[in-house]
Design a protein around this ligand. Structure first.
Ligand code: NBP
Length: 476
C-alpha cells in the first residue's frame, strides 16, 4: 500500500510531525539524509511503526508515495532547503507537491514557488507553530500555495492540526509566501507578548520586590481570567520551578540575555518596508538585542547608576496589581492590532487576500500565542471583516477604553521608578497617536518645506503649498 504523504528530515520537528501524521492513521514515507536517524526514528515510533514506511534512498522514498506526491521537507532553514529542492526536482514528477514546513523567510518561499513553476512541480510554504510539542500533538498550520495543491493535502493536515472547540487550527491563507508570512507575523506578535510579560514581571520583581514564587501566583491567577494563554501559563510554571542543584528559584539563576533566531526581526523589517507601524514588535526585538549587551549594561550601571526611584509604593498594592493585569491586556491589544495591520497591508501588497478572521481562528490553539483572547479577535473580525484596525472594532474599542487607563498608570509608575517598559510604553504611544485626529506632523511638514521645499497640504484647502519662510534665519 502506497503512503499518503512523505516527509524528509527526521530531526526534532520532522520526527514529531511524522509521528503525529502516523498517529492519525495516515500512511507516511520518511527519509533522512543521515540514514541512522531513520533507524532510530523507527524504533522510537513503537506501535505507530505500522503506518510508517522508512526509506534509505530518495528513489525508494519517492516510489513509496501515492502520486501526485506531497512531500513535506522539515530540514534546516536556508541553504539546505534549496539544496534539497534541487535534488528532489530530479526525483519527483509533474503534479507532485513539495511542502516546506520549516521556518522559511516568506521571500525565499515566493522565490522557490516561482522557481518551480515551469518544472510541473508545485510548492507549498507551510508555517508550523507550537514547537516540538505542537508538532507531535497538534500544531497550528498556516498554508501558502495554490488552493488546488492545498486540497490534495488538506485531509492529512487537518487531521494533525490542533483543534479549538472542534475547529481545525489549519487553513489555506493564500498563494506562494502567504503561510510563511503569517507565521512570521505570528512570531513577531509572540516576541511582543513575551516582552510585555517580562516587563510586567520586572515591575513585580524590581518595583514591588516580589519573589519568583509570588510572581508565579499572580500569573497563575491571571491565567484563569481574561489573560488566559499559553504564555501566561508557562510563565507561572517557570516562575514556580526551583533549581534542583541549589534549591533557589530557577529563573533567578538564568542569565538575562535572550536569544533570537530572526523571525521577530523579519516582522519588524517587513512592517517598516510597508510603512505600517509595529512599534510593540519592534520594541520587543530591540529589547532582546539590548539584553544581549550584558557586559555593556553591567558597565553602564556602574557609570550611570540605576535611574528613578527604584521601588514602586502604590497606595493599594492589590489595586496596582489589578492595574498590571489590565495594562498587560491593553499592551497585548496594541501588539495584536499592529500585527494584524501589517498582515492587512501585506495582503494588498502581495495580492493574497489574507482572511483575518481565519488567521485569528487558527492561532486559538496549537501555537505559542494561543489564547482565549484570539477567540475574541476572531469574533471581532467576523463581525467587521474590513476593519482598518482591530482597535476600532466595537469589541476592541470598548476593551481599549476599559484598559488604557491602567496601562497609562502602570507605564507612568514604571517610568518614575526607572524600570524599562519599552513594549508597554510603545503600545500606549500607539493608542495615543492613533486615536488623535490632529497630531503634530504639521510642524514636521513645515520643517520639511523649510529645508527641502517639499510642500504641504493646508487644512483649509487653499491652493498654496509652500510656507512664507523667506530666505533664512536672519530674524533670530
Ligand atoms: P534542524 O533545523 O536542526 O535541521 C536538521 C535536519 O535538517 C536534519 O534532518 C538534517 O539531516 C537535515 N538537513 C540539513 Br542540516 N541539511 C540538509 C540537506 N542539505 N539535505 C537534506 N537534509 C538536510 O531541525 P529542526 O530543529 O527539527 O527544525 C526543522 C525546521 O523547523 C527548521 O526550519 C526550524 O527553523 C523549524 N523549527 C520550527 C519550530 C516551530 O516551533 N515551528 C521549532 C523549531 C524549529 P541530517 O540528519 O542528515 O543532518
Amino acid at each position: 500500500e502506497k503512503a499518503e504523504i512523505g516527509l524528509i528530515g527526521l530531526a526534532v520537528m520532522g520526527s514529531n510531525l511524522a509521528l503525529n501524521i502516523a498517529e492519525k492513521g495516515n500512511r507516511i514515507a520518511v527519509f533522512n539524509r543521515t540514514p541512522e536517524k531513520t533507524d532510530t526514528f523507527v524504533v522510537e515510533a513503537g506501535a505507530l511503526r505500522e503506518h510508517i514506511v522508512p526509506t534509505k534512498s530518495l528513489e525508494e522514498f519517492v516510489a513509496a508515495i501515492r502520486p501526485p506526491r506531497p512531500v513535506i521537507i522539515m530540514v534546516k532553514a536556508g541553504e539546505p532547503v534549496d539544496e534539497l529542492i534541487a535534488t528532489l526536482r530530479n526525483h519527483l514528477s509533474a503534479g507532485d507537491i513539495i511542502i516546506d514546513a520549516g521556518n522559511a523567510n516568506f521571500r525565499d518561499t515566493i522565490r522557490r514557488f516561482e522557481g518551480l513553476k515551469d518544472s510541473g512541480l508545485t510548492f507549498i510554504g507551510m508555517g508550523v507553530s507550537g514547537g516540538e510539542e505542537g508538532a507531535r500533538h497538534g500544531p497550528s498550520i498556516m498554508v501558502g500555495g495554490t488552493e488546488a495543491s492545498y486540497k490534495r493535502v488538506e485531509k492529512v493536515l487537518t487531521s494533525i492540526s490542533a483543534k479549538f472547540k472542534g475547529e481545525d487550527c489549519c487553513a489555506w491563507l493564500g498563494e506562494n509566501g502567504a503561510g510563511h508570512f503569517v507565521k512570521t507575523i505570528h512570531n513577531g506578535i509572540e516576541y511582543a507578548d513575551m516582552q510585555m510579560i517580562a516587563e510586567i514581571y520586572g515591575i513585580l520583581r524590581d518595583g514591588l520586590g516580589l519573589s519568583a514564587k509570588e510572581c508565579s501566583d499572580i500569573f497563575g491567577k491571571w491565567n484563569k481570567s481574561r489573560l488566559e494563554s499559553y504564555l501566561i501559563e508557562i510563565s507561572a510554571a517557570v516562575l514556580k520551578a526551583s533549581d534542583p542543584i541549589t534549591g533557589k528559584p530557577m529563573v533567578d539563576l538564568i542569565v538575562d540575555r535572550a536569544g533570537q533566531k530572526g523571525t521577530g526581526k523579519w516582522s519588524a523589517i517587513e512592517a517598516q518596508n510597508m510603512g505600517v507601524p509595529a512599534t510593540a514588535i519592534e520594541a520587543a526585538v530591540a529589547a532582546r538585542s539590548l539584553s544581549s549587551f550584558k557586559i555593556q549594561r553591567e558597565a553602564a550601571e556602574k557609570i550611570l547608576g540605576l535611574p528613578g526611584e527604584g521601588a514602586i509604593k502604590p497606595a493599594s498594592r492589590d489595586a496596582f496589581i489589578a492595574d498590571l493585569e489590565m495594562a498587560l491586556l491593553a499592551g497585548k491589544i496594541g501588539a495584536y492590532a499592529q500585527g494584524f495591520a501589517v498582515m492587512a497591508e501585506a495582503s494588498k501588497e502581495f495580492g493574497w487576500s489574507l482572511p483575518m478572521p481565519d488567521i485569528a481562528k487558527i492561532w486559538r490553539a496549537g501555537c505559542i500565542i494561543r489564547s482565549q483572547f484570539l477567540d475574541d479577535i476572531t469574533s471581532a473580525f467576523r463581525a467587521m471583516p474590513d476593519a482598518s484596525n482591530l482597535i476600532i472594532t466595537p469589541a476592541f474599542s470598548a476593551m481599549v477604553k476599559e484598559t488604557d487607563g491602567a496601562l497609562r498608570r502602570v507605564v507612568a509608575a514604571a517610568v518614575t521608578a526607572g524600570l524599562p517598559v519599552p513594549a508597554l510604553a510603545s503600545a500606549l504611544g500607539y493608542f495615543d497617536s492613533y486615536r488623535r485626529g490632529r497630531g503634530t506632523a504639521n510642524l514636521i511638514q513645515a520643517q520639511r518645506d523649510f529645508f527641502g521645499a517639499h510642500g504641504f497640504d493646508r487644512i483649509d484647502g487653499v491652493d498654496k503649498h509652500h510656507g512664507p519662510w523667506g530666505s533664512g534665519l536672519a530674524d533670530f
